[in-house]
Every structure is written in structure tokens, then in C-alpha cells.
Ligand binder design. Structure first.
Ligand SMILES: Nc1ncnc2c1ncn2[C@@H]1O[C@H](COP(=O)(O)OP(=O)(O)OP(=O)(O)O)[C@@H](O)[C@H]1O
Length: 258
């Protein structure tokens, strides 16, 4: 569904991202990991078509992103970003309804309103529908944004969750993206939590200074030695055979002293 070859993005003399290859098939969940400033958001914006690559190409359903018009692109890929600014004080319902725009041909139909209510219900935000979007808490706003994203019915979902979510909603959100992947969507999520990547992702792309240093199933690529090299802290790996794995960052002195 999504294929990226030798992707690079440069600002002035500086490459923010270089030489990245990846592929996301239907039903696949890819987590993008890496330290602050390693190029995760830049990659997501390139995948979304918000930035044009300096080098390489992003292919969506076999076509370069550049050949898609805005509406055609919005029908195929949806982006959950951290940007919450709104020019007008829309209600939560109206924000969720915005997801239908790429599908409207002329007038809105009862179907579009039914889908909006279903999307709000799926993220347990139906009770917020009359509220003004700017008055929502960070976590509530994120759920409404997810309803908008669901309403878009795109095949590729690009997601950079905020830190506004408490553990329950963070897990709920990733469970939802995992379920959507099982339903056949492709999912690319920028994550900071290695444990969530280990729990939910089929594959992980680990970035450092704009380069891919590892790409593959979480268990196969997240070695403590590599993680220490990338994040510059030590990692302890915990877990029982057959159960989930946990990566715990620790100051190097603590590990050396142990
Ligand atoms: N338009 C720009 N011009 C110059 N430098 C930029 C621009 N956009 C991003 N950068 C720089 O590129 C690097 C990568 O940024 P990016 O936001 O992709 O990193 P990130 O991995 O998402 O970081 P974080 O985890 O902190 O969100 C950073 O050093 C950032 O300051």
C-alpha cells in the first residue's frame, strides 16, 4: 500500500532525513521510533504529502504521492497530527464531520451524519458532540480528532499521538489503531514509548539523526546495545517467554554499578 525508496529531505545544507526505505502493507502497523530531533515528524509529513522529498519517492497504492490531487489523497490517507489550532470555534461534532469532506459530492447526505455519529461513538466521544472544540481537554480533543480520522475512511492512517492522553486513553487509541490494521488499514504511528511499539507494532523503524538504524519486528531490532547507541542511555529488557517484552531505560551508571 505504502512504499518508500531512498527518501531524503534537506533544508538548506542539512539533511533532516536521508536514505530511508520502508513498506507498509494492508493490515500492517509500523511504529516509527527515535530520539527527539531524529526526523520522525519529518518522515510522517513526507508520508502525508505535506512535504515534498528532496530525494527519493513515496508511493501510495503504486502511484507517487505527487500525482494525487488533495481530495484524492484525502480519500486514501488520513493524518492524526498534533496540531489543534482551529480558525473557527467548531463543535466536536463539526470537527468529526470534517472527515467526510473528501467524500462529499455536492450536498451532505444522511449517511455522512450517520457515519459521523458512529465515529464519535467508536472513540466514546458522543457525549461531547455539542461541545466547542477549543473547550475540550487535550485527551477529549484527541478522541474527537480520531473520530474525524475514522470518518475519512482512508486506507492509510498516519498518526502522531500527543502526550495529552492518560495511560487508559493512550492504550485505547493504540488498540483502536491495531484493530483498524486488523480490518485491513495500513498504520504508521510515531511513538516515543518502546513498550507500546513492542505491544502493538508489526514492525519498527528506528531513526537516529535522520537515518534508519534498524527496521524489522520489534523483538528482532530493539536490542539493548543498539538502543543504548541510539538513545544514549542503557536499557534493561524484561519479560517472560511467551509474554510481552518491556524495555526500561536506565542511567548508564545504574547499570554499570549493578
Ligand atoms: N523546517 C525546518 N528547518 C530546519 N530544521 C528543521 C525543520 N523542521 C525540522 N527541523 C529539524 O530537523 C530535525 C528533525 O525534526 P523532527 O521534528 O522531524 O524530529 P522528531 O524526531 O519528530 O523530534 P521529536 O521527537 O522531538 O518530536 C530537528 O533537529 C528539527 O529541529
Amino acid at each position: 500500500m505504502l512504499k518508500v525508496q531512498n527518501l531524503g529531505y534537506r533544508v538548506g545544507e542539512r539533511w533532516l532525513l536521508r536514505g530511508v526505505d520502508l513498506a507498509v502493507g494492508e493490515g500492517e502497523f509500523l511504529a516509527v521510533l527515535g530520539p527527539n530531533g531524529s526526523g520522525k515528524t519529518t518522515l510522517l509529513r513526507l508520508l502525508a504529502g505535506e512535504l515534498r522529498p528532496t530525494e527519493g519517492e513515496v508511493f501510495l497504492l503504486g502511484e507517487p504521492l505527487a500525482v494525487y490531487g488533495p481530495q484524492a489523497l484525502a480519500r486514501q490517507r488520513a493524518v492524526l497530527s498534533q496540531v489543534r489550532e482551529m480558525a473557527f470555534p467548531y463543535t466536536a461534532y463539526e470537527v468529526a464531520f470534517l472527515g467526510r469532506l473528501p467524500h462529499l459530492v455536492g450536498r451532505e447526505r444522511p449517511l455522512d451524519h450517520r457515519k459521523t455519529l458512529e465515529a464519535l461513538e467508536r472513540v466514546r466521544a458522543l457525549s461531547l458532540k455539542e461541545r466547542l472544540f477549543p473547550s475540550l481537554s487535550g485527551g477529549e480533543a484527541m478522541r474527537v480528532e480520531v473520530a474525524r480520522l475514522l470518518n475519512q475512511e482512508a486506507r492509510l492512517l498516519l498518526d502522531e499521538p500527543t502526550n495529552h492522553l492518560d495511560p487508559r486513553y493512550a492504550l485505547e487509541l493504540l488498540c483502536l489503531f491495531r484493530a483498524l490494521a486488523y480490518e485491513g488499514k495500513g498504520v504508521v504511528a510515531v511513538l516515543h514509548d518502546l513498550n507500546l511499539a513492542g505491544l502493538f507494532a508489526d514492525r519498527v523503524l528506528l531513526l537516529k539523526e535522520g537515518r534508519a538504524v534498524a527496521y524489522g519486528p520489534p523483538q528482532a531490532v530493539l536490542h539493548p546495545g543498539l538502543l543504548e547507541e541510539v538513545y544514549e542511555v542503557a536499557f534493561s529488557v524484561l519479560g517472560q517467554p511467551g509474554g510481552p517484552t518491556f524495555w526500561v531505560p536506565l542511567p548508564r551508571e545504574v547499570v554499570r554499578g549493578a
